[in-house]
Write a protein that binds this ligand. Structure first.
Ligand SMILES: Cc1cc2nc3c(=O)[nH]c(=O)nc-3n(C[C@H](O)[C@H](O)[C@H](O)COP(=O)(O)O)c2cc1C
Length: 157
């Protein structure tokens, strides 16, 4: 079945553990209902979210998310048809920001919204690859991810 993948960036408005917990509980409940999976990278200055699933469900979720006053400056970065999910086992993985991600300074200077779609996708491919490795994925799946990242030519290494 053809699926849709959407990645957007936004700026948290009011960021703390309780607020984040509330977002995640609602997101997971809805996503399970709607056949969506994905990952949300959370940092005081940045949300970066990947949503994947049936196109109509992705569109409907994103329309709700874009109206949500818990963040600002919601900007789609990647929107494409895909054959497979990057996070098939996750209603919504919440991922702490990583040391290798853009710095707060770079984010403030617009690095995320200026990034190539391939570089944005590579962020999530790396996280998915790390999760698969941690969960004992097959060597084939791991090397496919490593291959994707090696060709991305961005600053994630
Ligand atoms: C950063 C962020 C990520 C969110 N992610 C999702 C999501 O993956 N799925 C979802 O249904 N709602 C998500 N939401 C919540 C939606 O904006 C909205 O509040 C919710 O879908 C409304 O659902 P309800 O009518 O069941 O309360 C997110 C909100 C924020 C601020």
């Amino acid at each position: 079945m053809m699926l849709h993948r959407l990645i957007y960036a936004s700026r948290p408005f009011g960021f703390d553990a309780a607020l984040l917990g509330g977002i995640m509980v609602g997101a997971r409940r809805n996503n399970r209902r709607d056949g969506l999976t994905g990952a949300l990278i959370c940092r005081a200055d940045l949300y970066l979210q990947l949503l994947e699933g049936p196109a109509a469900a992705v569109d409907a979720a994103f329309a709700r998310i874009a109206r949500d006053d818990r963040h600002l400056d919601v900007e789609p970065l990647v929107s494409e048809a895909v054959e497979t999910r990057l996070f098939p086992a996750w209603d919504m993985l919440d991922d702490p920001a990583r040391s290798w991600l853009w710095t707060p300074r770079e984010v403030a200077d617009g690095a995320v919204t200026a990034a190539e779609p391939g570089a944005v996708l590579a962020v999530f491919e790396r996280i998915a690859g790390e999760r698969q490795a941690a969960d004992g994925a097959t060597p084939a799946a791991q090397s496919a991810t490593a291959h994707d990242l090696s060709g991305s030519g961005n600053r994630l290494d």
